[in-house]
Design a protein around this ligand. Structure first.
Ligand code: FAD
Length: 385
């Protein structure tokens, strides 16, 4: 058994950490937050460093890394979340989905553009009727029209839609099916297509703007279909492990950032004539944070390793995302406590990390639904919903 990163992985981690410290100070993050969009300069730099193509096949200009490389990068990049904007949507989801299911023409068109930082994706899956029971709630539909399609419906929480070049939209294309999972199709929709309206949703989450998106008679060519018509939901299922592992890595990044901020504060803040880091209560908080974050990282890396070996990891990926999100929220909460009153001000970053960590308990899948899935896959109990 070997728990060490390879020299290349350790180098990637170090490079990403130094890059974020150097090029993404709090001012860059706060500007991105105020503007509701990521930093174009940072995005370009990440493209130059090859990080937008980290898991894209070398044939399409990427560096051909695996999910563990992505998880390592994700953990480090998340400190600058609003500034790195649609990294998760574009690199972890858009690039991966096109790599898995795209036609040769779609791969040749999209993957080099993603790698070069010329193409941003948004994910339009969740609907106003619900994200957990996504099939039960789905009203968005696409109907055949000549050679192409016409798309109608509404989506909630499509993050980065206001800036994206393309939207990955999930729509029902056939109602006469035996199971709700059948008859669903994935579409790659140009953001500028006539009939699309984007309306910002105000949230407390410090990320690039998230939006309601309305699709009114949007005409699409036949080659807007990603993968196989009617098999879209099964295709989504095939990307879920990636999504959960990287969600776990992102949550972990928030928790680690909060822990490091709290540790630095505990070393310099004084009370009763000594640094608060000398007080046992504060030491115990920090010891618990360090322990839980280590455990979460081991779970994320185990799931990523299994996935990279092509082995079954549904339970492990779901556990990793759920546990990392819970641990991150606890770590951020303790970091606020260690900062005392300052923890709830915008002078320090820990409350921002808490709001971000909180998202990962809800998206891309809620932690309640994770527990349902773990009960089924690991405990082999009957489906509860
Ligand atoms: C800031 C932000 C950004 C987002 N970005 C995107 C994006 O880019 N693209 C996108 O498509 N979506 C996005 N989402 C949506 C996110 O994925 C959904 O919010 C999430 O899947 C939950 O869906 P919901 O909000 O409709 O909650 P619901 O599904 O309505 O759930 C409400 C509550 O009921 C619980 N619940 C439901 N069913 C069960 C069950 N069977 N057992 C136990 N509990 C259950 C849930 O766990 C939750 O606590 C984003 C959300 C936020 C807040």
């Amino acid at each position: 058994m070997n728990f060490a990163l390879t020299p290349e992985q350790a180098q990637l981690r170090q490079a990403a950490r130094e890059f974020m410290r150097r090029e993404c100070p709090p001012e860059v993050v706060h500007t991105a937050l105020a503007e509701g969009r990521h930093s174009e300069a940072l995005w370009r730099r990440m493209a130059e460093l090859g990080w937008l193509g980290v898991a894209i096949d070398e044939r399409y200009g990427g560096s051909g890394g695996d999910i563990l490389d992505m998880a390592i990068l994700m953990e480090e990049l998340v400190r600058g979340e609003p500034a790195i904007g649609p990294y998760f949507n574009t690199v972890c989801f858009g690039g991966k989905s096109i790599g898995f299911f795209g036609s040769e023409a779609q791969k040749e068109f999209f993957l080099p553009r993603i790698t070069r930082g010329e193409c941003v994706f948004a994910l339009s899956i969740t609907e106003p009727g619900g994200g957990t029971d996504v099939l039960g709630a789905m009203q968005t539909r696409a109907e055949r029209n000549g050679d192409g399609w016409v798309l109608d419906g509404a989506k909630m929480f499509t993050s980065a839609a206001q800036r994206a070049d393309y939207l990955l939209v999930v729509a029902r294309t056939n109602r006469r099916v035996e199971k709700p999972a059948q008859g669903i199709t994935l579409f790659v929709v140009p953001r500028a297509a006539p009939g699309i309206t984007v309306r910002k949703i105000d949230t407390l989450v410090p990320i690039e703007d998230t939006n309601a998106v309305f699709y009114d008679g949007v005409r699409l060519p036949a080659d807007a279909v990603l993968g196989e018509e009617g098999r879209g939901f099964y295709q989504l299922l095939a990307t879920l492990n990636n999504e959960r592992i990287l969600g776990g890595a992102a949550a972990l990044g928030c928790g680690v950032a909060a822990y490091e901020a709290a540790l630095a504060y505990a070393r310099q803040r004084t009370a009763f004539g000594k640094i608060i880091g000398q007080l046992q209560a504060i030491q115990h908080y920090l010891a618990d944070m360090a322990t839980e974050l280590d455990a979460a990282r081991l779970m994320v890396h185990r799931a990523a390793w299994l996935q990279s070996q092509g082995r079954e990891c549904g339970a492990e990926a779901t556990m990793a995302k759920m546990y990392a999100a819970d641990v991150a929220v606890r770590a951020c909460d303790r970091a606020i406590q260690i900062h005392g009153g300052m923890g709830l001000t915008s002078e320090v970053e820990v409350a921002r990390y808490w709001r971000l960590a909180r998202l990962w308990q809800i998206g891309p899948i809620t932690n309640e639904q994770c527990r349902n899935i773990i009960a089924q896959l690991r405990c082999e109990l009957p489906r509860s919903y």
